[in-house]
Write a protein that binds this ligand. Structure first.
Ligand code: CU
Length: 173
């Protein structure tokens, strides 16, 4: 079974599950910020929010607000260090490069669907995030993701993100 086929099957179930839920992004912002954060000694690192719902063509600004570490925002895609694709087929993969404390990286997400991303040096420490662009009703939605990756298992569900608008790390478990 191809990746595309599996994504389609998962997407179909997701649409059915979401049909009755109130969604939180009635008034979409044109810009959102996702902070890169960490404890003083670097024992824990994370993106905040961990999951966020945005409208298509929202500008997402990653800001490294961790004074003690460099981070990246890197979409799961074969073009980025041969990771499994976890962004819509129509999306352009993004990779911020290493952001020093205070640095920012911006990306405009046009294609609807689910974007999973990670921090290159901290992926195995669980520094991952999820952006949901649009809803299952948005034309071109490709919301399915294949949730087999270990780090990605820490991500909140698409349904949870759509209902709440955003999910902070403490709530994700
Ligand atoms: Cu990091």
């Amino acid at each position: 079974m191809s990746l595309t086929r599996r994504r389609f099957l998962a997407m179909s179930g997701g649409i059915a599950a979401l049909a009755a839920l109130p969604l939180a992004i009635a008034q979409p912002a044109h810009e959102v910020e996702i902070a890169m954060l960490g404890t003083a000694r670097g024992e824990r690192v994370w993106f905040a929010p961990l999951g966020i719902a945005v409208a298509p063509s929202t500008r997402v600004r990653f800001v490294n607000r961790d004074p003690g570490n460099s981070h990246t925002a890197t979409s799961y895609h074969p073009a980025n260090f041969e990771r499994t694709q976890r962004i819509p087929d129509a999306a352009v993969p993004f990779h911020s490069g290493f952001l020093l404390p205070g640095d920012t990286f911006e990306v405009v997400l046009d294609a609807p669907g689910v974007y999973d991303y990670y921090c290159l040096p901290h992926e195995r420490a669980g520094m991952v995030g999820r952006i949901v662009v649009g809803t299952p009703e948005t034309p071109g939605w490709q919301g399915a993701v294949v949730e087999t990756d270990h780090a990605a298992a820490a991500l909140p569900s698409v349904e949870r993100i759509l209902v709440h608008g955003q999910v902070m790390p403490e709530e994700a478990a």
